[in-house]
Each structure stands twice: as C-alpha cells, then as structure tokens.
Write a protein that binds this ligand. Sequence first.
Ligand SMILES: [Fe+2]
Length: 245
Amino acid sequence: MIPNLKQVGRTFAAKVTGVDLRTRLDPATKDWIEDALAHYGVLALGPQKIDDDHQGSTRALVLLGNALWHTDGSQMQPPTRVSALHARVLPPSPPPTEYADMRAAWDALPGARQQEIEDLHVVHNFFWSREQIGMGIADFSEETVRLRPPVTHPLVRINPITGRKSLYLASHASHPIGWPIDEGRALIKGLIAHATRPDFVYSHDWEPDELVMWDDRWTMHRSTPYKELHPRKMRWCGARETEPV
Ligand SMILES: [Fe+2]
C-alpha cells in the first residue's frame, strides 16, 4: 500500500498515514520512508499500536534533560542517523516537541558566511552539553568520562538523496577544530540561535499512539516545558550511521 503524506510544517515535517509498523515493511515501503525522511525530515506516523517487541531495543526518555536544542547521538562516532519516539501514554495536554529544519537554516545564511564555515569540523562533547545544564565533569564517574570521549563531525552535511546542504549542530557541539574554545563556542551558539528561529521550526502536537520519526542528519529538536501532573510515557529508539561522519 502506498502511504499518504501531508506536509504540516512551513519548510518540512509531514503527517503520514497508511503505514502499519507492526508488520514487516516491504522494500517499496522502506524506500518510500527513506525518501520521505530525506525530503521532509520529520514524519508523524499515527496511530501505531506497537509495544516494545515491535519497536525493538528501546529506553525510556527523560525528556526533561532534552530541553536544549539537540541532535540525538551527535556525541558518538558514528552518530545516530534516524530516531523514533512513540507516544504510549499522553497527558491531557501533551507538551509539543519542536523540530528545526537545518537545511532552511543553511540556505538562509549569507553566502560569505557559508563560505567561511562550510569546511569546519566541530568537536562534539557530551560533557559540554551537561555543563550547559549546570553539571560538571565531577558529577560523572571516571568510567563514564572514559567511555564518552569527544568526537568530531563536519559542520555542514550534504543529504545523499536530495543533495541539499544543512548545518549539523547539537547541544554537544562545542567548537570548531582549530578555533579558540571561547570563540568557537560563541560561533556555535550563534548558529544554533539562527537555526532555531521560528521560521525554521515546526512544533509537533502529539496524538495518541503516534510515532514520530526524524532524520538526525538535518534536523534538531527539543522537548518543551511540562509539569509532570499526569503520567506520560514515551519510548525512543534510534539507528546509527553505518560509517563515521
Ligand atoms: Fe532527542
């Protein structure tokens, strides 16, 4: 069956019906999803009556720690390529999740700025993002620190399907290689502020049993504030790139 797709964000993001994730997807549907992720970045597939057996390896998300704009798994090499979040239990007024279109953010930069930053490689450090929420390296065990060394990724990525360039930023993104740390962090902070302007953001309102899948290569996201008065259960799973980025 060919799924139906309707764009819901200004520059990206779509709602999709006609995909049942409980069944083994046929090659044509897999290709369709791959193509839709490349063009729309965020796909809301709903409703999906799935459980942990269907979603595979999962872990509960503590969304409060995800309030910074981020890209899942950028602290790893290879990083996460695609993520999915399934709404198992929603409160009466579920807080939206926000997504940013990093292609639109790249396209909107002045040409001189694009040239200046296009070839930079950026250090991504898990402990830098924790520092931004008030934690220090002393809050982690030596083992945790050893297992999470900084990695580097290009600042600009090119989508192999659409050929479009996008910024690759994250809360873990610290500074470009070869730049003084303070100056580099100011550059990254400025780029994240630019990339998350309302023009480039889609705010997703959750429906019961919905599964939202997003392309971590060219989108960022964040949770929005929520007072835990009612139960909420979201399940995350992700797949990593097969090669270093
Ligand atoms: Fe996330």
